[in-house]
Write a protein that binds this ligand. Structure first.
Ligand SMILES: [Zn+2]
Ligand SMILES: [Zn+2]
Ligand SMILES: [Zn+2]
Length: 90
């Protein structure tokens, strides 16, 4: 991916993983709600954003060490790397 030097994690991504289902799997388990969705680019898990009460995507990134998420919102085309705080539109 052409990133303009975002970071090595983002540059290593060829195909952006899209959400299998538009839901936060962890919120569904606990009956919670979410605001926006993000898809982990390492394992494909779709989880909720930092504006959501449970912030499952960043919890997942910290717990698993999976660095990069993509927005799973329709019409949004961007990637974010947690450890490098790098942002990239594609
Ligand atoms: Zn990175
Ligand atoms: Zn969630
Ligand atoms: Zn993951």
């Amino acid at each position: 991916m052409q990133t303009g030097g975002a970071c090595g994690h983002i540059e290593a991504i060829d195909d952006v993983k899209q959400p299998a289902r538009r839901q936060c799997d962890e919120c569904v388990k606990i009956g919670s709600r979410w605001v926006h969705l993000r898809t982990c680019q390492q394992c494909g898990a779709t989880l909720c954003c930092d504006s959501s009460p449970n912030r499952h995507a960043s919890k997942h990134a910290r717990a698993s060490g999976h660095p990069v998420i993509a927005s799973a919102q329709p019409g949004e085309r961007w990637l974010y790397c947690y450890p490098d705080e790098a942002f990239c539109q594609y």
